[in-house]
Design a protein around this ligand. Structure first.
Ligand SMILES: Cc1ncc(COP(=O)(O)O)c(C=O)c1O
Length: 383
């Protein structure tokens, strides 16, 4: 039977050997007692949650981070038995499922703490939870003023075990001074807790940028996402962490037409050919996550040459000017992100062309993009 993935007009090659090498490289930056929580939310940043999680686990990662409960369930159903940390506060209707699937919540308010404690009362052993403190992100988390009281409350509720306390940086990739202020507040909280005899076994704060730039923020658990995938958390990060990109995005040339000088290409007629030119069609568009804002801005690689995207990116396709690739033929492999010959287009470069951040470029890759997993010695699909 033909697999639909074999027919996919575009695909992402995911190099699991690179992922594992990135984990090993990250470990070299960490002290011997610091563990990694692999952030696999948003379908592992578009890389495919279950196969990526399995590869991380094979590399010794014991903690995985997700944004919502369905993501945790997908991992459990995929056979992952490791500790899953949910970065959001569960809704009351989700608490039973959270417990049934052994998902560790990051709690932020008294009501949810009590709801989880009540649901956990029938369990034999205390249920581990983490307390999330907002030290300046202005997003999820309890305030610093509330944190000591909520930590004490969790400790006083026998069905719960305060396993971790965490915070999240707003600017570790941009403004290190502000990140240091956040770190100071978090450290002060940790000291206050310790003064009252509360020493949660896990303290965590660092995303990829903080992991690379603020070693004091490692505590005993770090939460990288981007670095695992070999993506740069800030310009120049490669000098600190020369990780290999895990993902390459590819497609094929499906049509070549010779258009004439003065003719226009695509919706809105935003590109007029300055001369007669062979125009190639790529079967990938914004519905696949090849963003509309790449219209008239991006380049792709064909036969080792950089080729400009011309006209607007459509839902299912986009066009390229093949003038610089005289031998181009239908069926030629096209690299949208990744290496071909001597050339490379990074996800960060695509983000810059699109006027967005690298997280969006990878996490928006759509369902039509087949994910093909490769390790050094063999190819396999749908791991
Ligand atoms: C709570 C939390 N921790 C860690 C991360 C990982 O961030 P990064 O991909 O920048 O390493 C994220 C991602 O946004 C997050 O929301």
């Amino acid at each position: 039977m033909v697999k639909s993935a074999d027919l996919a007009p575009a695909w992402a090659d995911l190099n699991l050997s690179a992922l594992r090498a990135n984990v090993a490289l990250l470990r070299r930056l960490l002290g011997p007692k610091v563990e990694i929580l692999g952030v696999v939310k948003a379908d592992a940043y578009g890389h495919g949650a279950v196969p990526i999680a399995r590869a991380l686990v094979a590399e010794g990662v014991r903690f995985l981070g997700v944004a919502c409960l369905p993501e945790a369930l997908e991992l459990r159903e995929g056979g992952l038995t490791q500790r899953l940390v949910l970065f959001s506060n569960p809704l009351p209707g989700e608490v039973e499922t959270l417990l049934a699937y052994e998902v560790t919540p990051t709690l932020t308010d008294e009501e949810t703490i009590r709801t989880v404690a009540q649901a956990a009362a029938k369990r034999e052993r205390p249920f581990p939870v983490h307390l999330k403190v907002d030290t300046g992100m202005g997003r999820r988390g309890c305030s610093l003023e509330e944190a000591s009281r909520l930590a004490a409350l969790i400790q006083d509720l026998p069905p719960l075990h305060l396993e971790g306390v965490l915070t999240h940086f707003a600017t570790a990739d941009e403004d290190l001074d502000y990140a240091r202020e956040q770190l100071l507040r978090f450290q002060q909280l940790v000291d206050t807790l310790a003064a009252t005899g509360q020493r949660p076994p896990l303290l965590h704060a660092a995303n990829s940028a903080a992991l690379l730039r603020l070693p004091e923020a490692h505590f005993n658990l770090v939460r990288p996402g981007l670095c695992l995938y070999g993506l740069e958390p800030f310009p120049g990060a490669r000098a600190l962490f020369p990780g290999q990109p895990v993902l390459s995005l590819k497609t094929r040339l499906v049509q070549i037409r010779r258009l004439h000088r003065g003719e226009t290409v695509g919706y809105g007629r935003t590109f007029t050919l300055p001369r007669d030119a062979p125009v190639g069609l790529l079967p990938v568009g914004y519905a696949d996550g090849y963003l509309w804002s790449l219209s008239n801005r991006a380049y792709v690689l064909i036969r080792g040459q950089r080729v400009p995207v011309i006209g607007r990116v459509s839902m299912d396709s986009c066009a390229v000017d093949l003038s610089g690739v005289p031998g181009a033929q239908i069926g030629d492999e096209v690299v949208l992100i990744g290496q071909q010959g001597e050339e490379e287009i990074t996800a960060s470069q695509v983000a810059e062309w699109a006027g967005t951040i690298v997280y969006e470029v990878v996490s928006r890759l759509g369902r039509r993009i087949a994910r093909r997993y490769v390790t050094e010695s063999f190819w396999s699909q749908g791991l």
